[in-house]
Design a protein around this ligand. Structure first.
Ligand SMILES: [Zn+2]
Length: 512
């Protein structure tokens, strides 16, 4: 039997689908593409890149990802209806490695309150859906949504029908994060023992972290015969999130002797990918997050602690370099050339094209003029935030701030627009950030609603860079911007201006 003789665990990443559904995590096509490339380099088996029928934007990004990614299987989600399945097939058509993932809810509570369908109708829809998907591609996954709360006999009936229709992967989602490990593992055992043809398909776990058990549940499913895990980078996803890719992969790797499983993940790319996703979504990684959090390893980020080196194994069950934390005492500075910079970037696990490298190197030089020592975390921030040449139309030329405890603050700002305009303005506010944002809105003519403002220090020392992330609501949509500088007020101005530029660029592309 394929499943029992094979210890390979397939990693199905759904950062761009389930992860993106999390509030505040929506991404632009460009951002999704950047993440898709990173996932491909991480060597995931499957990238679920979207839900083609959900919106024209989803369709477009799936199509672009499917035509650009060479390696991982590209997957689109679809409900069990012809429109959804045809949209999915069309969107991923360009890639030779493609999968259609059809789903229908099966639990009583969903049947009654969401679908208003009988069990017989659900079995029929699932069968027809898989059958239709099979006419477009051989690789078809089926998910009975809310499986963990579905009557077991009925679940067997649905799974039997979809295996008969040709499904190659059967995913058993714990949609609401309700299961506990022993129970979830048992469910897989039961299905594998009782479903006809179960030996010919791969069973898959899809867990949510509502009770903090998603990784534990996924491991229990693997022990009971599942061979695919659906997960997201940093565990992002609806509510408490999905199974975290880095945690499940490192559990399998670290406890190899216990599980006797393996994945094909390039674990050295885990940390850079995690940072990239965090930066794009604006979802910060908690310091104590397993595997990729700043405190996950006993040594301090950014500084090399010699003492740790000799005795690392006393406290560390994983090596930081295994997950791509390549911290070293190698500090770059003003005199570091392009070659040294590229070496460091590569060492940190990033791969840039020439255009991206050029943009990042310009930023590096600018930073080196302001800051004596440039740490790995500074380089990471530069690489992640350099948008390969896409900037403007607005650019910040000058910024002057004064503030006082008794009277508030004022900001003088000078901007240029790539149509040749040079604009200047000054605004007052309660504090410097408010006055900067006001001045930017007045100059550019936008009225924005700031919904989130975060600041954190990129590296160590008094001259450390501050990274500001803002989330802004405009015209019913959320926009995120980042800004990095050794001056935190300037970081704020850059982040706010990035949002304004994004809105502007969107308008221009719409007019065209
Ligand atoms: Zn889910």
């Amino acid at each position: 039997m394929q499943r029992e003789s094979n210890s390979k665990v397939f990693i199905f990443d759904t950062t761009l689908r389930d992860g993106e559904q999390a509030p505040g995590c929506s991404m632009s096509l460009r951002e999704k593409l950047k993440i898709a490339h990173a996932l491909n380099e991480l060597n995931v088996d499957v990238i679920e890149a979207g839900f083609a029928a959900a919106s024209p934007g989803d369709f477009e990004s799936l199509k672009t990802i499917a035509s650009e990614i060479d390696g991982a299987t590209i997957c689109s989600l679809a409900r069990c209806n012809p429109q959804d399945i045809e949209a999915a097939a069309q969107a991923i058509d360009a890639n030779p490695n493609k999968r259609i993932h059809v789903f229908v809810a099966t639990s009583d509570i969903h049947l009654e309150h969401k679908l208003d369908m009988t069990q017989d109708a659900v079995v029929k829809a699932a069968f027809e859906g898989v059958k239709l998907a099979k006419t477009f591609c051989d690789n078809v996954e089926f998910s009975p949504e809310d499986a963990s709360r579905t009557d077991r006999n009925f679940l067997v009936e649905v799974v039997n029908a979809t295996i008969a229709a040709g499904a190659t992967t059967i995913n058993i989602p714990d949609t609401v994060g309700y299961s506990i490990p022993f129970e979830y593992g048992n469910l897989f055992k039961y299905l594998i023992e009782n479903c006809e043809g179960s030996e010919n398909v791969i069973f898959s776990a899809h867990c949510h972290d509502d009770l903090g058990l998603s990784v534990a549940n996924s491991l229990a499913a693997l022990e009971s015969g599942a061979r695919q895990v659906e997960c997201t980078i940093n565990g992002i996803g609806e509510r408490a999130g999905n199974t975290s890719l880095e945690e499940i992969c490192m559990a399998i790797k670290t406890r190899k002797e216990y599980f006797d499983f393996h994945t094909q993940i390039e674990t050295k790319k885990l940390y850079p990918t995690s940072r990239l996703v965090s930066s794009i979504t604006g979802m910060h990684i908690p310091r104590n997050k397993a595997v990729v959090g700043e405190n996950a390893f006993s040594h301090e980020a950014g500084i090399h602690q010699h003492g740790m080196l000799q005795h690392a194994s006393t406290y560390e069950i994983m090596k930081p370099e295994d997950v791509g934390i390549a911290k070293s005492n190698l500090v770059l500075g003003k005199h570091s050339g392009r070659h040294a910079f590229l070496d460091r970037v590569t060492e940190l696990g990033f791969s840039l094209n020439t255009e991206e490298l050029n943009a990042a190197f310009v930023e590096f030089k600018k930073l080196a003029d302001r800051k004596k020592e440039i740490f790995d975390s500074d380089i990471e921030a530069i690489v992640i935030n350099s948008e390969s040449g896409i900037t403007g139309p607005w650019e910040l030329v000058d910024l002057e701030i004064s503030s006082g405890k008794s009277w508030g603050a004022s900001a003088d700002i000078k901007l240029t627009h790539n149509d040749g305009r040079i604009l200047e303005n000054s605004s007052n506010g309660i504090g410097p950030i408010e006055s900067v944002f006001k001045a930017l809105e007045d100059l550019t003519g936008y009225s924005l609603k700031l919904t989130n403002f975060e600041i954190h220090s990129v590296s160590v020392g008094e001259d450390a860079q501050g990274e500001v992330t803002v989330t802004v609501r405009y015209d019913g949509q959320d926009y995120r911007g980042h800004g990095i500088s050794t001056d935190i007020i300037e970081s704020g101005a850059l982040a706010y201006l990035e949002v304004i530029n994004r809105i502007d660029r969107k308008k221009i592309s719409r007019i065209r």
